[in-house]
Design a protein around this ligand. Sequence first.
Ligand SMILES: Cc1ncc(COP(=O)(O)O)c(C=O)c1O
Length: 438
Amino acid sequence: MSLLNPLAIELNDILKKNNENLFNMLSSFGQRIYFPKGILSQSAEAKAQAKKINATIGIATEQGVPMHLQSINKYISDIHPKDSYDYAPAAGKPELRAEWRKKLLKDNPSLQGKSLSNPIVTNGLTHALSIVCDLFVDHGDILVLPDKVWDNYPLMFSVRYGAELSMFPMYNNNGFNTKGYKEALLNVRKKSKKILTILNFPNNPTGYTVTKAEAKEIADAINEVADTGCDVIAICDDAYFGLFYEDDILEESIAGYLAGIHPRVLTIKADAATKEEYVWGFRVGFISFCLGDRNGEEQIFSAIERKVMGCIRSTISNCSNLSQTLVLEALKSESLEEERAKKAQILKARALKVKEVLSDPKYNDVWDYYPFNSGYFMCLRLKTVNSEKLRTHLLSKYGVGVIALDERDIRVAFSSVEEDDIEELFNTIYAGIKDLCT
Ligand SMILES: Cc1ncc(COP(=O)(O)O)c(C=O)c1O
């Protein structure tokens, strides 16, 4: 007897029939998950048809609107109660999804005319990545990623979901190590017919974004490994999208270079309003899919969407309606672009100031810095002291906080340091190193 629910079987059959590669990429949970035709879909039917009395809704209402309390409503009285207190649909507010898709196509010219699903709303980008893990990671699957990554990737992919990490040195001379990346993919290919990989530009922790030429080489490497009969799930983490500070770098998501590249490559774009709209705590993110083979695309997207909705329903049920409403209103605002550009300009000025300060040759004896051109962060490579020792010394003697990574690397978030304080910050780090060396 099959353990699968008939609704899961139905979704799996759609995927198998239209895109067997994609079906093969699913984890065993990814195969089992479905979106039930239970309370939510019966409520949706009633919403459309129960014009007289609707006794399906799992919230409390009064005179046709969600009940609410004055102590809360006084802060958000401009927003209709249905757009704040009521539950949002499992896949997110349809209008927000449509607006975000429009934005993705505008911001990423390379995605235009390519496969791109309707984005599904997630509880921030972290949640989008955990959905990727739910659907595509089985114990022992291999994730290829650079040796400088956001520390939540190992926690999520490896500790929580049991993926094996295959890391390669991120930099080669002064740029992205595309050669090392390709070698890592081809090496992993010897062990596995399925590879996951994360591409995160602007990068956390280094603040590096690839050039267009490097992006093309990354795409070629993925294409080459897919051509050997390997299924590749390429996850684009675009958390810091839009914060680009130098010419000649890729000012759009690398997803545009990967979408449609090969029938065996599934590109997943994870992005979020959290950083793009400066609303970290609102927890609004998105997950979108780009197929390698567009045959049966509509049915495939609909089946994947129902699986994603099942992931959401079975963990957090749905994402904040109020947050989605605020982000949607912002996206519709005519001044949003200008407001965002002003903030990006402030961050760019800080990044350039960091570069100016670091050009002082006195620092050459104590550190190098990794190339950076975007995002929130930059990293120093210490030559003479241990990073954790320096971190605690800077805190206790100078009241200055930085992040220690590895033995020798320090991450500096210039995003949270005023331009006028940047010189003092690096001088203090320098003084801290000198203290420890004498
Ligand atoms: C590379 C990267 N991805 C994802 C996230 C998580 O973003 P969110 O706050 O939207 O979950 C972060 C946040 O620190 C990040 O640095």
